[in-house]
Write a protein that binds this ligand. Structure first.
Ligand code: ADP
Ligand code: MG
Length: 291
């Protein structure tokens, strides 16, 4: 490997907005077998919108008031989607007296002395809330690629909501190019299996690892490595940082969090999956020039 060809390769990659932190990474990238993609903010835009609301007992407006109040202190993109939507409807949420965020599951708050929870099936199960009546609607929404969440007020299932996040315009074409380069592709997400499958199908990813808690993402990368794969990980969030470090090559969206970029070996300035394909294509070119 001549330093000159690596310099030239890094320079050309940089012109495409692909920043390799060190020359060694442009060589290592060529050895990867599989590329693992985070879903939210990496394959999708990461700006979900509230699409569906179903209330079991109370007026929809009241349900939205409780949900918005529960999410008022949350920093999750889902919370942002909910708060934006209720604002447009003129609903004014109340700040909760007590707020607990449960990573990868949802929120649990006390507001106006009521206990309100919004989140996944797992969250509801944890607190013994009966949710079976919601299952048919949840499934329908999830098959549409939406993220569905359950709402409990004072330990009773009060309603369900869904948010949808749009796939980035270039995700499908980027993934097709990566596959053409001979790499395997997989999705890794905290979202549920059905939603993940729907999004994966839309962009041409044949294999998903879903329902993974934030602190378990790195362990999933290790599992792949111990079955003999060289693994590249692509992500954007704080959640992804340990997985980006663990992977043989970590790639961060330049549009994502600083923590992800610090953890990664490559920063993709355009924040899209065509840039991931560019990174591997540049690596291949550089290495074949060396030989
Ligand atoms: P992702 O991998 O999609 O970024 P997370 O690991 O952050 O997802 O969360 C996993 C799931 O937990 C979300 O899809 C959502 O259903 C639920 N969740 C997380 N935070 C919240 C919240 N503030 N309100 C409601 N649901 C939440
Ligand atoms: Mg993400």
């Amino acid at each position: 490997a001549t330093p000159t060809s690596i310099m030239a390769g890094s320079g050309r990659a940089a012109e495409l907005g692909v920043l390799f932190k060190g020359g060694e990474h442009i060589e290592i990238a060529h050895q990867m077998d599989v590329v693992v993609f985070d879903k939210t903010g990496t394959i999708t835009k990461g700006k979900p919108e509230l699409t569906d609301v179903h209330s079991f007992e109370m007026k929809e407006e009241d349900l939205l008031y409780w949900i918005a109040s529960a999410e008022k202190e949350s920093e999750h993109p889902v919370a942002e989607a909910i708060l934006q939507n209720v604002k447009e409807k003129g609903i004014q949420p109340t700040s909760p007296e007590e707020f607990i965020a449960i990573p990868g599951e949802g929120v649990r708050v006390t507001v106006s002395t009521k206990e309100v929870m919004v989140g996944t099936r797992r969250l509801m199960k944890r607190y013994g809330i009966e949710i079976s009546q919601s299952e048919p609607i949840l499934r329908t929404w999830e098959e549409e690629g939406k993220t569905a969440m359950l709402v409990a007020v004072d330990q009773r299932l009060a309603g369900i909501i869904a948010v949808a996040d749009t796939v980035k315009e270039s995700s499908k074409a980027g993934i097709a190019r990566i596959k053409e380069l001979g790499l395997e592709v997989r999705m890794l997400t905290g979202d549920n299996e059905r939603t993940a499958q729907a999004i994966a199908e839309e962009v041409g990813i044949p294999s998903v690892i879903a329902g993974v808690l934030p602190e378990q993402k790195a362990a999933e990368i290790k599992k792949l490595q111990s079955s003999g794969y060289k693994v590249a990980m692509v992500g954007d969030g704080i959640n992804d940082a340990p997985a980006l470090v663990t992977a043989d090559i970590g790639m961060a969206m330049g549009t994502g969090t600083d923590i992800a970029m610090e953890a990664a070996d490559v920063t993709l300035m355009k924040g899209d999956l065509q840039s991931v394909a560019d990174a591997f294509a540049m690596s291949k070119k550089t290495v074949s020039n060396i030989r």
